[in-house]
Design a protein around this ligand. Structure first.
Ligand code: FAD
Length: 311
């Protein structure tokens, strides 16, 4: 049997987490194929074909697939799913949207955000916001799962190219259709892969306060901006930078939490960061329990001082 990786991409390039999926897929010691769906995606398929350890690329390229609607992609996966022992992707809103639908169509379970793979059907995954790790087993003939990307070393790419099989498909007519898309453009690194993240909480007081206080610090550090749910619910930041169990899980080299209490739903999304710095005026704030360095003080005073100190 074979392993299939659902490749996340933006139509121009592969998401780097595909490399982590390849390492996870190598556990099964079976041929690994990568499934690339979209429109005008020759370059993406070629990028996938250069990943070491992959045996074949399945490219489904059609105009109606440009937005990669979950209904379309799940149906395509289900149509070939029985050929595979394992279908996986790294855990993200993209894979979370598609793989459960494919699993339902194939009438199997989906295992979400596997931290470790212990046997060909046994996984460790976090429950209760990361406070407990559960070992779970699936008896399904097809294992469909998402893996926790940061727990798997990225596979390498080289100059060789494996076979790219192009599969033709008919346009589909589902009740959902793509209407429009609004992209958040930023010169900053992507939150999920940034080496440094500066995150702010509801205590920043306003959208302007969030921006004026955190942006200069993030700019000096070349950091991505993140936010707690309180900051997002108050409208200080866009929901696509939510860090935590309902948002993005990050593990940068440096995570700076500014005025964030440290609720478990937030720490679930950042506690694997290499170095955690927390700034909070409450000496008993829970964030200090996961912090390597902390500063008890008023963020409106200490953040500008810290920013000014940095070259
Ligand atoms: C199902 C569910 C899922 C959730 N998912 C997420 C998630 O993914 N991500 C997430 O972040 N939250 C999530 N939450 C919400 C979470 O429980 C917390 O409510 C949220 O993280 C709190 O955000 P906060 O720390 O910014 O705000 P608060 O809890 O209000 O804390 C503000 C902190 O700022 C400090 N502070 C205040 N003023 C200053 C100052 N001047 N200087 C320095 N420090 C100051 C305070 O001491 C306090 O510690 C979820 C909740 C639920 C129920």
């Amino acid at each position: 049997m074979k392993t299939l990786i659902l490749a996340e991409h933006n139509g121009i390039e592969l998401n780097p987490t595909v490399l982590q999926s390849v390492t996870a897929a190598q556990f099964w010691e079976a041929p690994i194929e990568i499934f690339v769906v979209g429109s005008n995606i020759n370059a993406v398929a070629q990028q996938a074909a250069s990943i070491v350890g992959v045996s074949r690329i399945l490219q489904i390229d059609a105009e109606h697939l440009a937005p990669q609607l979950a209904e379309d992609v799940a149906e395509l996966i289900a149509s070939i799913g029985v050929e595979y022992q394992v279908i996986l992707s790294t855990h993200s809103s993209y894979s979370r949207n598609i793989l459960p639908r494919a699993a339902a169509l194939l009438d199997v379970d989906v295992i979400s955000d596997a931290l470790e793979i212990h046997a060909d059907n046994t996984y460790v995954r976090a429950i209760y916001s990361g406070n407990v790790n559960a070992t779970i087993q699936s008896k399904d003939a097809i294992q469909i799962l998402t893996v926790h990307g940061n727990n798997f070393v990225a596979a390498n790419s080289n100059n060789s190219q494996v076979e790219i099989a192009k599969i033709a498909v008919q346009a589909t007519q589902y009740q959902s259709r793509w209407v429009s898309e609004a992209r958040f453009e930023s010169a900053r690194p992507a939150l999920s892969s940034a080496k440094v993240v500066v995150s702010g909480g509801g205590s920043l007081g306003s959208a302007a306060g969030f921006d004026h206080l955190l942006s200069p610090l993030a700019d000096k550090l070349g950091a991505a901006l993140g936010a707690s749910r309180a900051a997002i619910e108050a409208g200080f930041a866009s929901s696509d930078i939510l860090v935590g169990q309902s948002g993005i899980v990050v593990a940068p080299d440096l995570y700076i939490a500014v005025g964030i209490s440290g609720a478990i739903q937030h720490t679930h999304g950042m506690k694997d960061s290499k170095v955690i710095v927390a700034i909070n005026q409450d000496p008993d704030a829970p964030i200090f329990q996961v912090a390597d360095y902390w500063l008890v003080g008023d963020l409106f005073k200490v953040v500008p001082e810290l920013t000014a100190t940095l070259q």
